[in-house]
Write a protein that binds this ligand. Sequence first.
Ligand SMILES: NC(=O)c1ccc[n+]([C@@H]2O[C@H](COP(=O)([O-])OP(=O)(O)OC[C@H]3O[C@@H](n4cnc5c(N)ncnc54)[C@H](O)[C@@H]3O)[C@@H](O)[C@H]2O)c1
Length: 328
Amino acid sequence: MLILGNEQVRSLLSDADDEVLAAVRAAYVEHERGRTALPHSVFLRFPEEQRNRIIALPAYLGGDDPVTGVKWISSFPGNVAAGQPRASGVIVLNSVHTGVPEALLNAAVISARRTAASAALAAATIRSVVPDTGIALVGCGVINGEVLRFVTRAMPLVDTVTLFDTDLARAEAFAADCAHRHPGLKVEVAADIATALGAHRLVSLATTAVTPHLDGGQLRPGTLVLHLSLRDLTAATVLASANIVDDVDHVCRASTSVHLAAEQAGHTRFVSASLGALLLADEPYRRDERGLTLFSPFGLGILDLAVSNLVRRRALARGVGTELADFT
Ligand SMILES: NC(=O)c1ccc[n+]([C@@H]2O[C@H](COP(=O)([O-])OP(=O)(O)OC[C@H]3O[C@@H](n4cnc5c(N)ncnc54)[C@H](O)[C@@H]3O)[C@@H](O)[C@H]2O)c1
């Protein structure tokens, strides 16, 4: 059993952004081709504190280097006020031949990076005729920090970021961090959410909202919303928009905005396509220039496996990690 801690994973991925993007892309393509097994995630919630949860995401990702395992990831939003990250977890990789657990990886960085890479991939794929040069980040936490990392990598024309968080101190700390991590990027902190939503035609929502609080009114026509937190936009906004998802069966669960829209409509025909289908299409997908386009990724366990496999390969090549012999 190879065990990799948080800083080891972070260090192994420090110069691997392009490989992470490629691994996430390949996972979506394998999924679209039917070479994955992806049971529904299991949500453990607690009677006393409904906003806390631990999710299990078992998965199998086929292809040239098949990989299987499970991510077990907690979300405790109250941690943030105590200076701790909201999310923490582990990923177990099992042998595809014997089922034996072979690796145990800290999940925090892998989970955040695969989420952000999928958002950047969607933004680079769901293109506008006018290339995006700015992005609005609503929710200035871990996920949007990683979104900025991958969007600036995948979309080099992006030179401006507008920030909004209900906690102004979080937005200001994020802005200070940007100056350090992304020198050359123009950074603005918006006074209110309406200003942020109207600032650019590319918006990433990564809040901890549990019920919808936004309609599309403040967004510009032609905007692509990366709806990573999944529960900010009203069902009516979803139904009035073009919708791209990662997997329609997965995203229509757990009271996501797409789930609420499907319940309201009685069908899912308002979902235009999966990102995997767009990646495999012969013609580039064009964003609706007059309406809104939403990318709602439920977050598939195959992405965690794809990035974990990359981390494991790098760890083995560099001799990083702790080997525990007494495990099988
Ligand atoms: N779809 C996926 O695959 C996926 C994967 C990982 C995380 N997520 C989601 O991304 C979200 C963000 O995760 P994180 O780790 O960055 O959390 P975080 O706690 O680090 O940051 C969230 C930030 O959002 C802010 N916020 C809360 N409500 C807001 C609102 N209404 N408007 C503006 N800001 C608001 C908070 O003050 C906080 O700064 C979570 O909802 C998480 O479940 C999605």
